[in-house]
Ligand binder design. Structure first.
Ligand code: AMP
Length: 187
């Protein structure tokens, strides 16, 4: 199985590009954000715990998201691989993912990173709030927290994957079509 990681700050266009990538490369799209929002909608104990954190722009505990990912890896094996969107988000999650894959002699295939500047994050998320109606997109203070969380907890993953020779960066400021073309050349 292939294990692609779609990486980047909030609002970089991961969800948009994921839709093209899953079709083109026969991958199973796994968005931990979508999975958590489903738990919230179903009012499960996990969803109730996650909701407060998400609404404040904070991360859900590593063990919770890794548990969800592990379930999917064992139950959904019909595609050519997985496209992980919004996971891993901490070094600990990346280490746990490596350990998980190693058990089956597997490894992360590649990290496709979409990069945009902080100023553009605000613009993109505010625009998305009008389309998708996500509560964590509506409040500027929450967006700011998510940006800070990204820089503190998630950005160190760039070095982690560079050291392992798996990191490929794409300029997320281009048009949707141009970003999709750039991604296709490195897959
Ligand atoms: P996203 O849809 O990827 O922007 O995720 C929305 C929110 O869900 C994030 O701001 C986090 O609160 C939470 N979340 C999603 N993925 C993770 C993850 N891998 N680790 C921790 N929290 C996550």
């Amino acid at each position: 199985m292939k294990y692609y990681i779609l990486f980047g700050p909030p609002g970089a266009g991961k969800g948009t590009q994921a839709k093209f990538m899953v079709e083109q490369f026969n991958l199973r799209h796994v968005s931990t954000g979508d999975l958590l929002r489903r738990e919230i909608a179903n009012k499960t104990p996990l969803g109730i715990e996650a909701q407060k954190l998400i609404e404040n722009g904070l991360l859900v505990p590593d063990e919770v998201v890794v548990g969800m990912i592990e379930n999917l890896f064992t139950s959904e094996r019909t595609s050519a691989g997985f496209l992980l969107d919004g996971f891993p988000r901490t070094i600990r999650q990346a280490q746990m993912l490596d350990e998980l894959l190693k058990k089956n002699n597997e490894e992360v295939t590649k990290v496709v990173s979409l990069m945009i500047e902080d100023e553009l994050i605000f613009e993109r998320i505010t625009h998305r709030a009008q389309i998708e109606g996500r509560s964590d997109d509506a409040d500027p203070a929450v967006i700011q927290n998510r940006i800070e969380t990204y820089h503190q907890k998630t950005e160190p993953l760039i070095e982690y994957y560079k050291e392992r020779g798996k990191y490929e960066e794409i300029d997320g400021n281009q048009t949707i079509e141009a970003v999709a073309e750039s991604i296709a050349t490195i897959m």
